[in-house]
Design a protein around this ligand. Structure first.
Ligand SMILES: NC(=O)c1ccc[n+]([C@@H]2O[C@H](COP(=O)([O-])OP(=O)(O)OC[C@H]3O[C@@H](n4cnc5c(N)ncnc54)[C@H](O)[C@@H]3O)[C@@H](O)[C@H]2O)c1
Length: 311
């Protein structure tokens, strides 16, 4: 039997790099596409010469067609994944997420791709209040980024319905792990805190720190992507949560990081950012039922891996 070929879009990004390494380890042939809009060439240094790489913006039908040529399954991660950046640049957000997805789905259908697994986000739920967000909840977008992810999900459903292209959207909650960019205004909270705290600086919390997030380690997300890509049954455009099912406050995160890093740094509190939601927690039941997926990496172990320390 010949080896299947995977395409990872956004392969120069944080999750993309982990995904490519795992697929290569599993023995698959891998292609990648990226335009370096938020990813970096350096993230690909260890695998660049082992994949077929297409450099370009996926929203171009020419780039999309070149990327999908000869591909069996796709892990679609390309998108600029920042709520604040999307509020500043909604057109850029729509282009990088929505138009790139439509071009990819169209090209995938034409090329006879077997399945497209795409990254959606917990942002589609907006604020979860006290509850655990279930896939049956209505959309409640609070930012252009969330609106773009909802559009991505809907296009994936429509291509499944109208064209018979098998698609599934995985709604990742807050993903963290090694190789995540700690720099800039749009950096995610965990790499930012780790970089600051390892340098002996106090972490800056936007808001009072009572906001909660469902943090999931990147190796678990890679596992979920692989399970979805290889599952026997067709998904027909379904959306599935990928989270741990636990809500951790940002204040507790700082406490946990102090423990893991052996530091004792008190946070500095700054005004809350517009568009940021208060509470986010997943109901992980569907992922277990449909993908047989359960997160394996516990939080302290995941934080230690991300910080490159042993606990
Ligand atoms: N990191 C998280 O916590 C998180 C949570 C929920 C969902 N997601 C989703 O997971 C995916 C990957 O996120 P990440 O954290 O690895 O982000 P990332 O910014 O590190 O990676 C995204 C990659 O996509 C590339 N890209 C963006 N637009 C492109 C385009 N039009 N054409 C080609 N390449 C393009 C970027 O250059 C980058 O390398 C995104 O779709 C994101 O929305 C991430």
């Amino acid at each position: 039997m010949s080896v299947e070929t995977f395409l990872v879009t956004g392969c120069a990004g944080f999750i993309g790099g982990h995904m490519v390494r795992r697929l290569l380890k599993e023995g698959f042939a891998v292609a990648g596409v990226d335009d370096f809009s938020s990813g970096r060439r350096a993230n690909m240094a260890d695998f660049q010469d082992r994949i077929r790489f297409v450099e370009g913006d996926l929203s171009s039908p020419r780039v999309a067609a070149e990327a999908v040529a000869g591909v069996d399954r796709i892990i679609h991660l390309a998108s600029i994944p920042s709520v604040p950046r999307s509020l500043e640049k909604p057109m850029e957000s729509a282009q990088s997420s929505v138009m790139a997805t439509v071009a990819l789905l169209e090209a995938s259908w034409r090329a006879g791709v077997r399945r497209v697994v795409q990254a959606s986000s917990s942002a589609v739920y907006g604020d979860a209040g006290d509850g655990a967000a279930a896939e049956t909840w209505p959309y409640k977008p609070g930012s252009p980024y969330a609106a773009a992810k909802i559009a991505q999900e809907n296009y994936a459903r429509v291509f499944a319905l109208q064209r018979g292209l098998d698609t599934v959207s995985l709604r990742y909650f807050n993903v963290f792990g090694s190789g995540q960019d700690p720099d800039g205004d749009y950096a995610a909270v965990i790499p930012k805190f780790i970089a600051a705290m390892l340098a002996g600086d106090r972490p800056v919390i936007f808001g009072d720190g009572s906001q909660t997030r469902d943090f999931i380690q990147v190796d678990d997300v890679v596992e979920a992507n692989l399970a979805a890509a290889l599952a026997k049954l067709p998904f027909g455009g379904e959306a599935i949560n990928i989270g741990r099912g636990g809500g951790l406050s940002v204040n507790s995160l700082v406490r946990e990081l102090n423990r893991v890093l052996g530091t004792d740094l008190k946070p500095i509190y700054a005004p809350a950012r517009p568009g940021d939601i208060l509470h986010s927690r997943s109901d992980p039941g569907q992922a277990e039922k449909l993908l047989g997926f359960r997160p394996r990496v516990d939080l302290a172990e995941g934080l230690a891996r991300a910080a490159g320390v042993r606990i």
